[in-house]
Design a protein around this ligand. Structure first.
Ligand code: NI
Length: 173
């Protein structure tokens, strides 16, 4: 178990399309444990493997009950509704914006032992899963904003940089 360094905006690994996991090996189980440690250390409610520099399709989602749910090779098989809410990202500390996403989703994935999962998620959990799955495709939440807002955020990051220590926030992914 180890807390890993979270890669920040500008790191090319955050823009890469992650590879599927072909088997749940001891290394993958170790990665899952480390991602969970890192997520809690950073007071996040979700994290994706590319955020620690590993370009594999593994995400962790806080289950809202104090537990952490690993999802391996997740796929959204259906979605419904639209919802807007504030998001932040462990890789872009100090930046928050309103993001529109599907309100409810249906997900297929493997759990941390390689067992198939098929479930529905809505509200905050659906949002976290969609945000983390974007990381697997090299997307960041600022890519989901209108161009004017995104450009304003990019200019701010260029001018001020990112804070070393982000203020803890209830919604960091
Ligand atoms: Ni994020």
């Amino acid at each position: 178990m180890a807390v890993l360094t979270v890669r920040r905006y500008g790191d090319p690994v955050l823009r890469r399309k992650a590879e599927p996991v072909s088997a749940i090996t001891p290394q993958i189980k170790q990665l899952i444990d480390d991602l969970i440690d890192t997520m809690y250390d950073q007071v996040g409610i979700g994290i994706a493997a590319p955020q620690v520099g590993v370009s594999l399709r593994v995400i962790i989602v806080d289950d809202g009950e104090g537990g952490a749910r690993p999802l391996v090779n997740p796929v959204i098989t259906a979605q419904d509704g639209r919802a807007v809410a504030e998001e932040g990202c462990l890789s872009i500390p100090g930046i928050f914006a309103q993001v529109e996403r599907a309100e409810s989703i249906e997900v297929e994935a493997l759990d941390g032992d390689g067992n198939p999962l098929h479930f529905q998620a809505q509200g905050l959990q659906a949002r976290v899963i969609q945000h983390e799955m974007d990381h697997l495709d090299g997307l960041l939440f600022i890519d989901r904003l209108d161009k004017a807002t995104r450009d304003r955020i990019k200019r701010k990051i260029k001018k001020d940089g990112l804070p070393d220590e982000a203020p803890h926030h209830a919604f960091a992914l």
